[in-house]
Design a protein around this ligand. Structure first.
Ligand code: BTN
Length: 259
């Protein structure tokens, strides 16, 4: 069944995020659509949702499985007053909004895996792809793309490391309810970010990070390293004590927990 804007609006309490909602049956990627619109003058807070994506993208060029009825695929245009080096903070703001809202909505613990994964029951429930358009040295627009696995059917190749809301809770979820809950939360957390609450946000993300206190493998800049994850620093970067004893701080990277 196609996603209904009316049903989203029933539970949406935001002032900015979702003021305009664009719904499509199919798009190659909601991030691409949102970025094209943002560049052409789309407004802060516009949301685009697709029932399915034929070229859904994850971080590091990975494909995001996006069949109809399988999940929620949407992107939000933001026009934050920050400079490009602070962009990675928005991934954590979105992560905080997602884990906070979805945990409350479904009554299960949903946490983060730095920098952009949403985890439940040790498997991936969703992901965030934050992309920016920079003009000169200024951030013109940011697109926050969010994918959440909702229905119970996942292909074999991702079943072992991915989970859906339905599988986690043993109940069916209307995508509109999930979308409204996440958008409400995103507006709350983004407002906190814009009013100087970054220190509290990063502390919260640090506590919610599944990697904290665990041994992990980190791929960064073509290098693969292993070590103990100490936590996040004040910038939201990952502090790791490598097996060599060296303490390293990663501003980005691909992480895997070592069991
Ligand atoms: C990741 O885990 O690497 C991020 C996944 C982000 C997927 C979402 S689905 C909606 C939006 N459109 C895309 O093409 N990607 C994001």
């Amino acid at each position: 069944m196609p996603t209904s804007e009316k049903k989203i609006r029933k539970s949406l309490h935001t002032k900015i995020i979702g003021r305009k909602i664009h719904l499509f049956d199919h798009l190659p990627s909601t991030n691409d659509w949102a970025m094209a619109r943002a560049v052409k003058g789309g407004d802060n807070g516009e949301v685009v949702i697709a029932n399915r994506q034929s070229a859904g993208r994850g971080r590091l060029g990975r494909r995001w499985y996006s069949p109809e009825g399988g999940g929620l695929y949407f992107s939000v245009i933001l026009k934050p007053q920050i400079s490009p080096p602070y962009l990675s903070r928005l991934t954590l703001v979105a992560g905080a909004a997602l884990s906070d809202s979805l945990s409350k909505l479904c009554g299960k613990q949903i946490i983060l895996k730095w920098p952009n994964d949403l985890y439940a029951d040790h498997r991936k429930l969703g992901g965030i792809l934050c992309e920016a358009h920079i003009r000169g040295d200024k951030l013109h627009s940011v697109v926050i793309g969010i994918g959440i696995n909702i229905s119970a059917k996942l292909p074999d190749e991702i079943q072992s490391f991915a989970i859906t809301l339905e599988e986690l809770t043993n109940q069916k979820w209307a995508p509109e309810i999930v979308a409204a809950s996440v958008l409400n939360s995103l507006e709350d957390w983004y407002t906190q970010f814009n009013t100087g609450k970054w220190p509290q946000i990063v502390r919260w993300c640090d506590q919610q990070n599944i990697l904290k206190g665990k041994r992990a493998q980190i791929n960064f800049g073509g290098e693969t390293m292993e070590g103990l994850v100490e936590g996040l620093d004040e910038n939201g970067y990952l502090i790791v004590t490598l097996d060599s004893g060296e303490k390293r701080i990663f501003s980005e990277g691909d992480t895997t927990i070592i069991q």
